[in-house]
Design a protein around this ligand. Structure first.
Ligand SMILES: [Zn+2]
Ligand SMILES: [Zn+2]
Ligand SMILES: [Zn+2]
Ligand SMILES: [Zn+2]
Length: 213
C-alpha cells in the first residue's frame, strides 16, 4: 500500500480520514474555536503531535499532550501503544540535544509549534520515530494524560512466503530475514512452528525483538 493512500480514524468524531488530510482535520475537530491559529497558545494548552515511523511511514498517529507534561509522559505513552518489548533504553533528540534517562524536562521548555524531533526506542534493534509539533490544541477541562486523537488503520501487508495472501501472523525469528510475515496458510506450514507465530501488531515495531503488541 502506498503511504499516501493510508487512512485512519479520528477518535474525536469517528470519521475515516486520509493520512494527508488528518492534520488539518484534527486542527478543526473538537476544539472550542476551529478558526484559532494553531501557533497561538490557548488558555489550556496541549501540544498536537504527529508521530510516524521513520522507516515505516504507514504507521502514524496524532496525539494531544498537555504542554506542561514532562518528556517522560510522552516516552511512556509511545512505549505503551507502539514499542515496549523488554524495557530497552530510549531517547529523544530535540533541537540538537539528546534527552534520555530521567526525561523530567517539561515539553513547554523544549518544544514549540513547527518543530520536528526524533525518538529512538532500543539502541540495538532500533525503532525510530519522527515527531512533528503540528501546533497547540486548546484542551479545556484539562486532561492530565496523553490523548490519542487518531491513528492509522492497520496496513495490509502481503505474505512474504507466497506473495499472494494478506499476512496475518509474524514469526519473530524469520522477520530478521524479511521472511516473517505470513498468511494463515503459510503460518500453518511454517518450519519454526505455529507457536512462534504471533498476531501482527499495528505498530512500526511489528516483529522486531519479538514485539507483538
Ligand atoms: Zn474528527
Ligand atoms: Zn526487546
Ligand atoms: Zn502465504
Ligand atoms: Zn520462522
Amino acid at each position: 500500500m502506498k503511504v499516501n493512500m493510508s487512512q485512519g480514524i479520528c477518535s474525536i468524531c469517528g470519521t475515516t480520514v486520509k493520512r494527508v488530510e488528518m492534520t488539518r482535520h484534527i486542527q478543526r475537530c473538537g476544539v472550542p474555536d476551529p478558526k484559532a491559529p494553531v501557533t497561538k497558545r490557548p488558555a489550556n494548552p496541549s501540544f498536537h503531535l504527529f508521530v510516524d515511523g521513520r522507516y515505516a511511514k504507514k504507521y502514524w498517529m496524532h496525539l494531544a499532550v498537555p504542554a506542561d507534561s514532562p518528556l517522560s509522559t510522552l516516552d511512556a505513552f509511545l512505549r505503551r501503544i507502539w514499542l515496549e518489548c523488554c524495557d530497552h533504553m530510549s531517547a529523544f533528540t530535540i533541537d540538537g540535544d539528546e534527552y534520555s534517562e530521567s526525561m523530567d524536562e517539561s515539553l513547554d521548555e523544549i518544544i514549540k509549534p513547527g518543530m520536528v524531533f526524533t525518538y529512538e526506542y532500543d539502541f540495538g534493534s532500533t525503532t525510530e520515530l519522527i515527531i512533528k509539533v503540528a501546533g497547540y490544541r486548546d484542551a479545556p477541562g484539562k486532561k492530565q494524560s496523553v490523548e490519542l486523537l487518531a491513528r492509522n488503520d492497520a496496513p495490509v501487508v502481503v505474505c512474504q512466503i507466497c506473495g499472494a495472501l494478506p499476512a496475518t501472523q509474524i514469526c519473530a525469528d524469520c522477520n530478521d530475514n524479511d521472511k516473517g510475515w505470513l498468511c494463515d496458510t503459510c503460518a500453518e506450514a511454517h518450519d519454526c512452528g505455529t507457536e512462534m507465530c504471533m498476531p501482527i501488531p499495528n505498530s512500526p515495531r511489528a516483529g522486531v525483538c519479538g514485539y507483538t503488541g
